[in-house]
Ligand binder design. Structure first.
Ligand code: ATP
Ligand code: MG
Length: 275
């Protein structure tokens, strides 16, 4: 099975979490799955920017990224975090390479245009192409690609891409069977309760009722996009739970929340959503 595994920045903050995930990734790769790992880095990046005296500003959950912020993003995402994760997986027993957009032009981007922010978002992009041949060459050798959330523009500049958008778009481009978002909460929450499944219309409802906010809105939108783009299965799972990734990657049941396509209206699917 071909899978995209998106790892939240928060899960890279503690070495035990990183090692736990690295072991599960190794296990899945050894079982013959073709994995693309994509990671975020929000909080660590914000803290680094604060140390540099740069204030973070967000528009609709997306970080306004001037050149200085973008350069720091390369250092943190493509440097520190990317190597930390690739190193942990390699040490867990499966060779992994950390790649950023610039390497083999693996991920291409175009600048994201927004109407409601004067001057635009700066170096914020959206994914337009994935070098699937390059990824395939890594998979053939049993190497796990670990990608930071950046894209290479036609102008030679690197663009910051929201990691959820990147994971969802990459899943679509590489025709992944499954997309797993590992995050710092147990799944999509309605108050205290982890929803076992959500589908299109419910997502809008949750947003309208302010049950979902911030990064989770972007994640659900990204999940919907991946489903519409042909990815069969999308899950949002708490990454610190023991064996969270391994069980999300296997069978139909599993921890966290399944995001279901809008169109499926069979009795079985409706029952699943109501659980
Ligand atoms: N209904 C909800 N259920 C779960 N989380 C929610 C909900 N509403 C808001 N959130 C917030 O969304 C956060 C997850 O999104 P966030 O962008 O912070 O992390 P991520 O996307 O997993 O990682 P990264 O941004 O580093 O890639 C949770 O930590 C929580 O604070
Ligand atoms: Mg996020």
């Amino acid at each position: 099975m071909r899978m995209v595994v998106k790892i939240a920045g928060a899960l890279l903050e503690h070495d035990e979490d990183v090692q736990k995930l690295a072991r599960q990734i190794t296990e899945l790769a050894r079982a013959g799955h073709e994995l693309l790992v994509v990671h975020g880095g929000g909080r660590i990046f914000t803290a680094t920017l604060a140390r540099m005296g740069i204030t973070s500003r967000f528009v609709n959950g997306l970080r306004v990224t001037d050149r200085e912020t973008r350069d720091a993003a390369i250092m943190v995402f493509a440097g520190l975090l990317n190597k930390k994760l690739a190193g942990a997986i390699s040490l867990a027993g499966q060779p992994a390479v950390g790649i950023s957009a610039a390497d083999a032009a693996s991920f291409l981007a175009e600048p994201l245009q927004v109407d409601d922010h004067e001057g635009g978002l700066g170096f914020v992009g959206y994914l337009t192409e994935v070098n699937v041949d390059f990824l395939r060459s890594l998979w053939r050798e049993g190497i796990v690609p670990v990608a930071s959330c950046m894209g290479l523009g036609a102008d030679g500049e690197l663009y910051n891409i929201n990691a959820d958008h990147m994971a969802a778009a990459a899943a679509e481009f590489i025709r992944a069977d499954r997309l797993i978002f590992l995050t710092d909460v147990a799944g999509v929450l309605d108050g205290e309760k982890v929803l076992r499944a959500v589908r299109g219309t419910e997502i809008e409802d949750l947003i309208r009722r302010n049950k979902v906010s911030g990064g989770m809105i972007l994640k659900l939108e990204a999940a919907k996009r991946a489903l519409a783009g042909g990815v069969a299965e999308v899950r949002i799972v708490g990454g610190t739970q023991p064996r969270a990734l391994a069980s999300a990657a296997s069978g139909m049941r599993g921890p966290g929340t399944r995001v279901l396509p809008v169109m499926r209206t069979s009795a079985k699917a409706a029952h699943g959503a109501a659980q």
